[in-house]
Design a protein. Sequence first.
Lengths: 264, 146
Amino acid sequence: MVDKCCELKIWPASYVGIPSLLLSAALILFTFSLMFQIYEGTSEHVAFWFPLAGIVLALFSIGRDVTITDGKIVLSYGYPIPAFKLVINDVVQVVDVNNLERGRLFKYFKSQLILITVVIIYPLLYILVKGSLPPIQYLTFFSLPIFVGLALISYFMMTTNSYRKFIKYAGWIMSGVCLVMDFLIGYYYRQLFGRSVTADMHALIPLMIGQVLAITFFVVVTVFRRHVIVLEDSRGKYYAVIATTEEYARQFIGLVVRRVMAHA
Amino acid sequence: MLKLPLRMEEVLIMFSGQGLREVDIAEKLGVSRQAVNKSLREARARLTRIFLELAEVLNSDIVRINVEKGCMVLRNRQRGVKIYVLYVSGKGPQILLSKDFGHLNVNRVYYERMIEEAVKWGLLSPRVKELGLREALEKLVAKMEE
């Protein structure tokens, strides 16, 4: 018997394995494509293909549906067409992370740090591409908020007792770092070109797009309460699925326990 | 009966708690590796069924179930309180009802046995025995809540 979990509004998350790699690759391609928009020596082909490849990879990493059959769970990825599947045979652990008092998603999926790191170092990459390499005193100024931000995020990653709290703190830190960096970049731009950065839309838009996208992502994650369910197989590999409500999460855990784990 | 056969308990604890490989367990018990593998699969499935039955008896939803560590966290449907369950070898699943560990002295033997089993399953390090019973129980609950 097969249970399609799409009626439960549950879908696979891209936190691990191939989907995680695809998402990280997409993010890096997007970042570079924004950089290429402002770097004058870039060919038009590169500026066109990088974002396109990023979009395709991001679509491939989107969780599509979860199917449960006796003894195994199939996670399907890819949008609008199915791209690949992950099969989990022997589940030994199921956890509703949101319902644990000390549940930390980063305990299971450390690769999430890639996303945060890329967003935080984005303004520094911007400076390196836009201007020539800044003098050492500027570079120290620019690096300082980034390293402070990364150190704070790493600290909260280890100490906050829930994923939601961490996302909230990380969102605040990233917004703070981006704001400080914007002022520093504005100051440096004026020193370099003798005019305000707001007067140069070609330079300003790529800087703002990356930051607006990142902050929107964190606002969305914070506002919409999703339940993250972590699955572990007998090889110690973690997988995650996302449920829209607690009720769906509860039903899904019940299904996994009855139909997969209790199945020898 | 809410209990695993002794041989299955032994195999599961050797594999999960002591971190032995299937071949080492086979050598120790004088059986084939395939037999150990089959026994492990069966033990995990049976432990799941035991936990599931207990969750239904306690009218609770499963928040976490880990058959490699012999533990489960439940949330009672009516009262919303958390229930912590640990499988104790030879006895079956044992329950911690709240975090204040009422009647600590009355139930001392029961709680001490739970801590001992948590060490066996690899949930807590052996150094936890140096702590007081209350601290050790708090550590056990914190581990299940991670």
